[in-house]
Write a protein that binds this ligand. Structure first.
Ligand code: ADP
Ligand code: MG
Length: 324
């Protein structure tokens, strides 16, 4: 395999929030460690699949990389430069190469603005092209994203869920980005539509040499697009490895449990079935030791008290588990 350039380096990232659920009458203000010492890298042209249950810190990591939120500690490098130390001018330049695709593009679309204007908006804001050039560019990205030229004059409510996500992707693509954070971009869509949108991401990646951070609560969603997968639990990475390692040789009980919930079409293939106990703990008061021990069917005594090291058990395959 040829050596690719590192695009994103997340180093010991921490993001703490004051607990918004705290009671008016409670004295001690608790802190939610939404992201708790997370490190990973994304190489140029790859798709990093970030998975974990709701509330595990996925969106916070995505937002931190794009500098849509401040970070508490650690560092994020983009092409070797610290994202959170860029000057205003540098940040403006950066914003063009970074784009975000959300779960629900409809909520970010003004119902009274035509799709063509919504897609071209950012180019106009950045003063990057004339109106005529923008129209041409809009038509080009509509086509790239599987939409028709006449859609340019339509309004958001005239589109289906899948088409709206194509519009969300078109708005990102028109900026000619290098790197896209796609945060649950297919959640809420029918399974057949999900597959079409994932295929669109793959096509665009090839055509435009894009790098993705692809976020999902569902491991089956990233299976066909990710080249590397990170599994997050309560703000901490439990396992990290190549796509093949994670799906064919999962080592962490949490990863195994997520995988065992995915139906396998081939009846001759058997997967160990692991059913998790209990609910996700309160992130403001996470379990001691291994954060996963309260739900782990294999937990031993030391899992309750000692935080497992995130160790490289095979080349580029990291696991935080005492039992591995
Ligand atoms: P995910 O995207 O995996 O569902 P998030 O990154 O949205 O997780 O949230 C991680 C944790 O941080 C959750 O416990 C959430 O309640 C908390 N959190 C997220 N954003 C804020 C905020 N702006 N203020 C306070 N707590 C927040
Ligand atoms: Mg989220």
């Amino acid at each position: 395999m040829d050596q690719k350039e590192l695009l994103v380096e997340v180093k010991n990232l921490k993001k703490h929030y004051k607990d918004s659920s705290r009671s008016l009458f409670k004295r001690n203000q608790s802190v939610v460690k939404a992201v708790d010492n997370v490190s990973f890298t994304i190489e140029e042209g790859e798709t990093f699949g970030l998975v974990g249950e709701s509330g595990s810190g996925k969106s916070t990591i995505g937002r931190s990389i794009l500098r849509l939120t401040d970070i508490t500690d650690g560092e994020i490098l983009y092409k070797g430069k610290s994202v959170h130390q860029l000057s205003k001018q540098e940040l403006r330049e950066h914003r063009k190469s970074f784009q975000f695709v959300f779960q629900d593009p409809f909520s970010s679309l003004n119902p009274r603005i035509r799709i063509g204007d919504a897609i071209g908006e950012a180019l106009l804001d950045h003063g990057l092209a004339t109106k005529k050039e923008i129209r041409e560019k809009v038509l080009e990205v509509l086509n790239l994203c599987g939409l028709a030229p006449y859609h340019i004059d339509r309004f958001p409510h005239e589109f289906s869920g899948g088409q709206r996500q194509r519009i969300g992707i078109a708005r990102a693509i028109i900026m000619d980005p290098e790197f896209i954070v796609a945060d649950e971009p297919v959640s809420g869509l029918d399974v057949s539509i999900q597959a079409q949108i994932i295929n669109l991401f793959s096509d665009l990646q090839e055509k435009k040499q894009l790098t993705y951070l692809f976020i999902s609560h569902d491991l089956s969603v990233v299976e066909h697009i990710a080249t590397k997968v990170g599994v997050l639990y309560l703000g901490t990475l439990m396992e990290l490895g190549s796509r093949d390692e994670i799906y064919e040789n999962p080592l962490h009980p949490y990863t195994k449990s997520l995988l065992s919930a995915i139906p396998i079409p081939d009846p001759t293939v058997k997967r160990e079935r692991i059913v998790l106990q209990g609910d996700v703990p309160n992130p403001a008061n996470p379990p001691t030791g291994c954060k996963f021990h309260t739900r782990c069917p294999f937990a031993r005594e030391k899992c309750k008290t000692i935080v497992p090291e995130f160790k490289e058990v095979e080349a580029n395959h990291f696991v935080a588990c005492h039992l591995v």
